[in-house]
Write a protein that binds this ligand. Structure first.
Ligand SMILES: [Zn+2]
Length: 139
């Protein structure tokens, strides 16, 4: 069954419509991956030298009005639905926790405007994760 799902994904990629693809909604017979969900803000405690008021995609954190996550292995702008909330990938995180494009880790960092909010929400694990990937038409 895993092979069939992988082939379906490959077909989508080859067709390159614009296609919306939910990559982790395969079927009841395939176990879902648990993702580590952590929380951070843009302060120096959370981001160290990277606390410059901007996400990795160069958008200002202060003007961010929609739910945002950090992820190292999905393109900026990818929508990820975690426990029913749609987040947009705008930031990157430490390789140690979030991996790289070639060695992804099953983890997302959820951006919070307030440090105490991030601290209180802490870290948890969930399997309720979907990716919404929109492919543009090839030029
Ligand atoms: Zn913070």
């Amino acid at each position: 069954m895993k092979k069939a799902v992988f082939m379906a994904v490959t077909v989508f990629l080859t067709l390159a419509a614009p296609v919306t693809l939910f990559a982790t909604s395969p079927g009841k017979d395939i176990p879902r991956q648990a993702y580590r969900i952590s929380h951070y803000c843009s302060c120096s405690i959370c981001c160290g030298k990277w606390s410059d008021g901007r996400f990795a995609n160069n958008e200002k954190t202060a003007s961010c009005t929609t739910p945002t996550i950090a992820c190292n292995w999905l393109p900026f702008g990818t929508e990820v639905v975690i426990d029913g909330t749609t987040y947009i990938v705008r930031d990157r995180g430490a390789k140690k926790y979030f991996g790289t494009k070639t060695e992804p880790k099953y983890a997302f960092d959820v951006y919070c405007p307030e440090h105490n909010d991030a601290k209180n929400k802490g870290i948890y694990y969930t399997k309720n994760v979907f990716f919404k990937i929109v492919f543009d038409k090839p030029k």
